[in-house]
Design a protein around this ligand. Structure first.
Ligand code: CA
Length: 711
């Protein structure tokens, strides 16, 4: 049974004073007026039919029907009630506490006054978009479906899909599930990969023409061969599957595209999977009836191992256009040929018609990890422009004649270790990019980081992949940021001029995605917990609100009965939040202290969020009876590579998972074993590492205690 929560009572500040007088609370609730006999029904308009026409309609602003609001993925709303002249008066209208959630990164959807969103551990909820009252909740019980394999750090999910009367979600463990939109009841569930496969899903299913599309991640988790699959939205029956990299030629190719792709690979790549996993960027083009897939990096990362004779390795790090009905290949553009740095092209693919030198171009915009902003003619994949938006020391520029990057010698760590920008975290990652057709600017948070790659000491000849160990790289990398660099900025990029129009410094490294409106605004949540509104033309800061906790999710906007709302999820987390661990520590967002929330703003809101708990850092505890063995701790430091995504580099907690230096569990071999090997905390998102040996567990404990004592 879905758990139904009590409605959130939206109390004004006056009512806040009377909060102890519980009886008064209802009277003070402005969003829940007493019903009068003969009052008009709440929903006066006909129900929205969520289909291709609705999701392709850029002009209607009441709903937010799809991940990128509409098929164009612009995250642009035509609503303008909230605008540059009045946004300074934006106030909290209602909020919903989500005390058991952790990392919240998803885009809520809104249809006819009901808001749907996915939280931690893939729980999907529907709430009244006017009040935050919970209508239903669906828990897909991910921990019962993950098998024993490691899928570390991915308890978050970026979104859900809606088609007609159903809500679709894809789970961490690989299921695609259809829910009844009215009740949250599960209608069908299909496996998109076996439970014991080293793949996972963090992305939103995309729906078009009665089909649901989903890919997967896992390039770093094993010998993965990426693919996307389309299913019938009504029944869940598989419609088609497109593999991103070729398999073993001896088995025959699935299609001509795979045959073509195989000519760009060398050696026995299929024994290592090849990678290319498409985990995020999928865009349906309703106008040209094409589907665009952003593809992932190679498995392993190091091309010398993966494809020892070189080659572009299609379709890694590409935008691939497919026929939405059949999954047949149409065209591709590869951003990073022969990639060897984890410079994947999984980022948002945003569609717009651009006036370029007096000619209207059906364009797509794409700002992938490699640091170049691509404008591509989406009719045929022809490159129009590709300018750097961050330091790109791996390539001097993109040659517009060939469409290929001009690489800097040594970048492939062929002459020893090399320091490069961008990094495996990308100059831009999954944080949402929006595009405002009025300003002609694209808005996204950029990262300006540096890394040292080296494959010295890696036996390139005999290297073999393993599953669930997080070591399928074949190259070591160490972040090496330049203290002189502004590590993150919010950028407004002009795709016609091919340059940054304005740019603002941002806190930390990883900031939230953007949304833009006809009110000439850009909204964005930042790593330091500030929810911001900027003038879309100039970047001038017009409003901010302190959410009391780092923000990783992008905002959305919608309207009910003529009133515009702005909503976002507040829950520091996601795949790269560990990178920003220091910001969590600086702000004292120790694990478990700060309540996650769904927060909605309006111009006549009159609610205050409860004050944030006092900042607190986890204090390493003393264990005088635990004698750290330096050799074991050394080994444990290597073993800890599989832990740090959640528990933080150096075992210093980043607020997403407990700080292990403060954990009593580490002192007890039995308790540690029960959690790590026995999987007793799987329901909290702690994966089960069933295959680890006694010695590995012991080494981990010695490493953690060494770190605790070093503090
Ligand atoms: Ca990757």
């Amino acid at each position: 049974m879905p758990r139904i929560k009590q409605p959130v009572t939206a109390t004004s500040s006056f009512c806040g004073l009377a909060a102890t007088l519980i009886l008064l609370a209802t009277a003070c609730s402005k969003t829940d007026p007493p019903a009068e006999a003969g009052e008009a029904p709440e929903q006066q308009t006909a129900a929205t039919l969520v289909n291709d026409a609705a999701m392709g309609d850029e002009t209607a602003g009441e709903n937010w029907l799809a991940f990128g609001r509409t098929y164009s993925e612009q995250r642009y709303s035509p609503l303008d009630q909230i605008n540059t002249s009045n946004v300074s008066g934006l106030r909290v209208d209602w909020f919903l506490d989500l005390p058991k959630d952790k990392g919240l990164v998803s885009t809520p959807l809104v249809v006819d006054g009901i808001l749907y969103f996915v939280g931690s551990m893939n729980k999907v909820r529907a709430v009244d978009a006017r009040t935050g009252e919970m209508l239903w909740e669906h828990d897909p019980e991910v921990h019962k479906h993950t098998g024993t394999g490691l899928r570390v750090g991915w308890e978050h999910n970026r979104g859900i899909g809606i088609w007609q009367d159903k809500v679709y979600q894809a789970t961490w463990d690989g299921r695609l599930i259809a829910l009844d939109r009215a009740t949250g009841k599960q209608l069908w569930s299909v496996r998109t990969f076996p439970a014991d496969s080293p793949l996972y899903i963090t992305g939103a299913p995309k729906i078009f023409k009665g089909k649901v599309l989903i890919g997967n991640g896992g390039t770093e988790a094993g010998p993965a061969r990426g693919y996307v699959t389309a299913y019938d939205a009504e029944t869940g029956a598989q419609a088609w599957r497109f593999y991103i990299v070729p398999g073993n030629p001896a088995d025959g190719f699935e299609n001509e595209a795979m045959k073509m792709a195989a000519e760009t690979w060398t050696g026995e790549w299929w024994t290592m999977g090849g990678g290319g996993n498409a985990w995020h960027g999928f865009t349906y083009d309703v106008e040209l009836d094409q589907l665009y897939i952003g593809t992932g990096n190679g498995a392993p990362w190091n091309r010398k191992i993966r494809s020892p004779g070189g080659g572009d390795n299609l379709f890694l790090c590409s935008v691939v256009a497919l026929d939405p009905d059949t999954g047949e290949y149409l065209w591709h553009y590869q951003t990073t040929p022969g990639e060897t740095w984890d410079f994947n092209s999984n980022m948002d693919i945003v569609l717009a018609d651009l006036d370029i030198q007096g000619k209207e171009v059906k364009a797509l915009m794409h700002a992938p990890k490699n640091g170049f902003f691509y404008v591509i003619d989406r009719t045929d994949g022809r490159l129009i422009s590709a300018e750097p938006f961050s330091k790109t020391t791996w390539a001097t520029h993109i040659d517009l004649e060939t469409g290929r990057p001009v690489e800097v010698p040594g970048s492939r760590y062929e002459s020893g270790s090399v320091r490069l920008s961008p990094t495996p975290y990308g100059a831009h990652s999954w944080s949402a990019m929006s595009y405002n057709p009025n300003t002609g600017l694209a808005y996204y948070p950029a990262m300006h980081l540096s890394v040292i790659y080296s494959d010295e000491g890696v036996d390139l000849e005999s290297w073999q992949p393993s599953s669930f160990e997080g070591d399928t790289l074949g190259v070591s990398w160490v972040m090496d940021d330049d203290p002189k660099d502004q590590l993150s900025t919010l950028q407004a990029y002009d795709p016609v001029a091919g340059k940054i129009a304005w740019e603002l410094p941002q806190p930390g490294r990883v900031n939230g995605g953007t949304m833009t409106t006809a009110g000439n605004l850009v909204f964005q949540g930042r790593a330091d917990g500030q929810f911001m509104a900027y003038d879309a033309s100039t970047g001038k800061q017009l409003w901010s609100y302190d959410m009391g906790l780092g923000i990783s999710a992008p905002p959305v906007t919608y309207a009910i009965d003529g009133k515009q709302y702005v909503t976002l999820l507040v829950g520091w987390g996601g795949g790269v939040a560990g990178l920003g661990g220091d910001i969590a520590r600086d702000h004292g967002w120790a694990y478990g202290r700060h309540t996650r929330r769904l927060v909605t703003f309006s111009l006549d809101g009159n609610v205050e969020l409860p004050p944030a708990p006092a900042a607190a850092a986890a204090e390493p505890i003393a264990m005088p009876e635990f004698n750290v063995d330096p050799a074991l701790a050394d080994q444990g430091g290597t073993e800890f590579g599989r832990c740090l995504v959640c528990h933080g580099p150096g075992a210093i907690g980043a607020g997403m998972a407990p700080d292990l230096r403060a954990s009593e569990v580490v002192g007890s071999s039995e308790a540690f074993d029960a959690i790590v090997r026995g999987g007793s905390l799987k329901q909290n998102g702690m994966p089960q590492f069933a295959h680890l040996t006694d010695e590995q567990l012991l080494a981990l404990r010695h490493y953690i205690r060494q770190q605790a004592e070093a503090d």
